[in-house]
Write a protein that binds this ligand. Sequence first.
Ligand code: NAD
Length: 491
Amino acid sequence: QAATDPAGVPARPAGLPGEILHWIGGEAVPSADGRVLDVADPVSNTAYATLAAGGAADVDRAVAAARAAFPAWSALGNRERATLLNRIADAVEAREEELAAFESFDTGLPITQARGQARRAAENFRYFADVVVALGEEAFRVGAQQLNYVVRTPVGVAGLITPWNTPFMLESWKLAPAIASGCTLVLKPAEWTPLSASLWPSILADAGLPAGVVNIVHGLGPEAGQALVDHPEVPILSFTGSTATGRHIVRCSADRLKTVSMELGGKSPVVVFADADVEAALDSVVFGVFSLNGERCTAGSRVLVERPLYEEFTRRLAERAERVRVGLPGDPATEVGALVHPVHYRRVLDYVEAGKSEARLVAGGGRPAHLPEGNYLQPTVFADVPREARIFQEEIFGPVVAVAPFDDEQEAIDLANATAYGLAAYVWTSDLKRGHRVAHAVESGMVWINSHNVRDLRTPFGGVKASGLGREGGAHSIDFYTESKIVHVML
Ligand code: NAD
């Protein structure tokens, strides 16, 4: 399929829906009050579909459907639930090409990278199927007299709220452990990128998931999202999105003491010592901040380089950035596509303009000349970025990286920790002892030493400081979606 038609408009993927509806109790339904929003693609920025704009009445209906499905779903054995999760993974894989085409068209992700997201989504279901089958419950013997054992029960109807970056994969990251644990749920996908979520109903129905286990209500955050947050029969909320929204949701959840998990923003440092494998570090930096259009929560968006390597590393990073191919999301040669939405694009451009007065621009800095329309930005590198600069402190969420020098290990740690965020960090050095020391001293939920951002689904995922609350992944996700009751019994 060609990436564009003759008018330069992105080719529309086959099967593009003209309207995207809620999915409640196994049925596609419009909003109770009939309201819709327009959804646009990020290349033409013109509407390709309408989206049902949900509100409190739709969320009420979805929560009622999830409550009705809960007794049967939570009573199923883990093996039966796991079988369904594996079927969902099969159904996701069977739709891989369609899913990737939808995701790329709607979000602006390069098509080759969108394919990887579909595979990761399938793996999330397979993985949590395995986890629950292998799950045991703890028992504690106290001498010969007493046995204490833990009973796990699903918390109830979960509210899942997700962002627009890699939307399908991030939805699967919450859907899979929630239903594996025996919860039923209401998902509120991001309003800018609902297209891939429109495939869930047929994927889940093909897999044989009972109606009402998963319900989807689309719409704006302050309307559909807020109604889910405030719903008295939703005791647990898993949110991925910006720190500002996360703080707001935590405040709203306080009165009902809801269980919350917050996967929020980041400004993750990459610390490169002079003894690092420079080629590998460069590859990793380029991948870490420019793949997924830089719209990645764990992007290594601040690169701290030891002084003796600083000039060389900065120069080579700038050269690499200039060579990154920016183009139509649907073109297999594209490495950076279009940023998700004109509002976000404007925000990122504002940061680039701020950066020009705060630091030294060494690559990019504007719209690529060959792409006069669409939300495109050249991969951009700023050097000599002072720690007070906004581009050092604030999450940009685009293909923009801030580079700064350091003189010793302590200064590297201080700089790494000098932001409000604490999601991920990366350390490059051939001195492994130092690598571990720095990894332990950096304030973040995850650190990679001499390694790309490679995820192992068994490990805890999450951030500290302004990057989040709680951990998901592996047993942490199951802990989150279940309550543990301890039963004490005299023998
Ligand atoms: P956002 O906070 O604007 O929106 C996220 C979701 O929250 C959307 O579905 C939105 O509709 C909803 N929402 C907005 N206001 C709401 C309200 N009052 N009540 C309930 N829901 C509401 O975030 P975004 O711009 O869509 O996503 C980008 C952000 O997500 C970045 O900061 C990024 O770092 C973060 N993120 C974090 C992780 C992680 O795992 N830590 C992963 C991906 C993205």
